[in-house]
Design a protein around this ligand. Structure first.
Ligand code: ATP
Ligand code: MG
Length: 597
């Protein structure tokens, strides 16, 4: 039979763009002044040691989410692959919503993903607000060149005169005033002589352009707001569309990768940089904007604004709630950085927005955890099992039978874990059935099962409380059947169950633990599209907290320890609430895929 065709590599047209540019030497002549700067600054520097420069430019107004991770991995990944550098740039030109807390959290999470902006002895971490002086100077240059003007039309008039897809715009009555007048007005704006919103600076391009973004876009607005970096120094702030190309150019970025919604902005990006380079303000060759499709994951929301609403309205415990698709939440949940990087790589880069099934991430996660996570037993819905002939067999009710199990079935170098079997053990409630359904091979009266790594027991019945609920299962231990001894195989059983000794941990019995079992935060595959509010799709059962029993060796488990509880899935000690004396585990994911439809 012919081999099935290999799965096509995810398309990565971005890589092709870089390869083509490198082959053509498109950026070979750049110089780098050691820090961001204008043409004169870079001209004094040596040839740029970075073959390409990319950037990840978050706005520090929230926590990074899994969608951002895609962009982080693309930008840092390409820089690493092609001998380049990726800058971490805080796009903090909007004074109102930005906070130091978010800056710190973003730095931490990009590091956590495994990326670094240190290269050639330089830390390439930048703030767009450090470029305000240059942006201002560039604006005066545009005014002096007749390429920008101060418009005093009301916001409504400006909107009405912009036209629409079918109608060309109408020139502002202020469009043709003199350069001197415009310059004076702009300086008055800067000096706080006009009210917020009284006027704006606009580029002077073409009010009839078929691309509405070229119909004299706004460059600067008046806004009295304290900025987290520049304080009250400015009362005019640049618009994002004006600021972003300049940020890229000052930093010598070669490839400015962004998501598709910026495609219509590209002509303005190029127009602006072309003007400033012609005026000698910016070094050539200029950066190039290339758009790729956003990554959307099923069952997840990737909008900072909506994630913030979940936090503010108390639907989750915080930005780092383990159910959140934020990187802080995913780290706390137990996701590995490698699994997120792998998902980013496997989903490639495409020219349309893509939907990826959440199971893609889960599969990458399990692949990563399987060889890494040590094994242990845990009982999450405990029911007492009494071995009624224990004293008879071992001569004393307090006898503890030592047992051991490999820490990892494929990694003998990790050694063995030890615990003991006693006269009473915890088992899972659903491992017992008074009347067994068809195909049930675990405990029911008359049936034999193996207590994993322990002995074979034969069920004889159960005890019930006043409500008729099963309160304990009764069984007899079968002598000579201990795992690892010659008699172990003497009796064949169809079922093996996990358990934890009900005696003190100091004698090899169990340790009590709080265990959080998570389900999807949203029950709809696309909670953010279609009808209704995304909140309508919140899953009311996304968190279940249980008290369980775990192996004694985990008594002193450190924070952020990942392991597999046999039969239950992968778990991590919670990085916030866990202490060795009072363990708290989060379930990372189950052993099998529960996400695919
Ligand atoms: P949000 O809508 O969540 O606020 P954003 O795009 O406004 O996201 P920024 O802080 O501006 O947030 O994003 C930083 C970078 O991350 C941008 O380059 C943006 O294009 C990219 N990015 C954000 N979300 C995604 C996504 N789902 N897929 C790929 N890239 C993304
Ligand atoms: Mg944004």
């Amino acid at each position: 039979m012919p081999a099935p065709p290999a799965a096509p590599k995810p398309s990565n047209f971005l890589r092709q763009v870089i390869e083509r540019d490198l082959a053509a030497g498109a950026y070979a002549s750049r110089r780098f002044g050691g820090s961001p700067g204008d043409a004169a600054h870079h001209a004094k520097g040596p040839p740029d040691p970075a073959r390409i420069r990319t950037r990840f430019p978050p706005e520090p107004n929230g926590y990074l989410h899994i969608g951002h991770a895609k962009s982080v991995c693309l930008n840092f990944g390409f820089a690493a692959e092609f001998g380049g550098v990726c800058h971490l740039r805080f796009d903090d030109t909007n004074p109102e919503k930005e906070e130091q807390e978010f800056v710190d959290a973003i730095v931490e999470m990009v590091h956590w993903l495994g990326w670094s902006w240190e290269a050639n002895g330089i830390s390439h971490l930048y703030y767009a607000s450090d470029y305000f002086d240059f942006m201002y100077r560039a604006a005066e240059y545009l005014i002096e060149s007749g390429l920008a003007y101060v418009d005093e039309q009301s916001a409504e008039a400006m909107r009405a005169n912009r036209g629409d897809f079918n109608t060309p715009g109408i020139d502002s009555p202020y469009r043709n005033r003199s350069k001197q007048e415009n310059l004076a007005r702009f300086r008055e704006m800067r000096d706080g002589r006009h009210a917020d919103g009284a006027m704006v600076l606009r580029a002077r391009i073409d009010m009839a352009s078929p691309n509405i973004n070229l119909r004299d876009p706004t460059l600067y607005r008046i806004k009295r707001a304290t900025h987290h970096n520049t304080g009250d120094r400015w009362c005019i702030y640049p618009m994002y569309t004006y600021a972003h190309p300049i940020e890229d150019a000052l930093e010598n970025i070669t490839h400015s990768f962004c998501t598709l919604e910026f495609e219509d902005q590209r002509p303005f990006y190029d127009w602006l940089l072309e003007q400033l380079a012609s005026g000698g303000l910016l070094q050539r060759p200029l950066p190039k904007q290339v758009e790729f499709g956003r990554l959307n994951l099923t069952y997840v929301i990737t909008s900072k604004r909506k994630l913030k609403a979940l936090v503010d309205e108390g639907h989750v415990s915080g930005w780092d709630d383990p159910r959140m698709p934020t990187l802080a939440g995913m780290r706390r949940r137990g996701y590995t950085p490698a699994s997120i990087r792998k998902m980013a790589e496997d989903t490639g880069a495409s020219k349309t927005n893509i939907w990826v099934d959440y199971s893609v991430l889960e599969i990458a996660l399990r692949d990563d955890l399987e060889p890494l996570a040590a094994r242990a037993m845990a009982v999450l819905d405990p029911l007492r099992l009494k071995l009624t002939n224990w004293s008879e067999v071992f001569g004393s009710a307090s006898h503890r039978e030592p047992c051991s199990a490999p820490a990892h079935p494929q990694r003998p170098e990790l050694g063995q874990r030890a615990f003991t079997l006693g006269s009473e053990v915890w088992i899972e409630r659903d491992d017992f059935a008074e009347v067994p359904p068809k195909g049930f091979f675990r405990l029911f009266p008359g049936n034999k099962v193996r207590l994993k790594y322990g002995m074979v027991v034969e069920c004889t019945g159960c005890e019930k409380d006043a409500q008729g609920q099963v309160s304990a299962v009764l069984a007899r231990v079968v002598p000579g059947t201990k795992s690892g001894t010659p008699g172990a195989d003497a009796i064949k059983v169809k079922g093996t169950i996990t358990w934890i000794g009900a005696h003190p941990a100091a004698e090899g019995g169990g340790v009590q633990a709080t265990v959080r079992l998570f389900d999807r935060l949203f029950s709809a595959p696309q909670p953010d599209s279609g009808d209704g509010d995304f909140r309508d799709h919140l899953n009311p059962d996304s968190l279940r907290v249980v008290q369980g029993w775990i192996e004694p060796s985990l008594q002193r488990a450190e924070a952020d320890l990942r392991l597999q509880f046999e039969r239950h899935g992968y778990f991590v000690t919670d990085r916030v609430d866990h202490t060795p004396g009072a363990p708290v585990f989060n379930r990372i994911t189950g052993l099998k895929d529960s996400w695919a439809k």
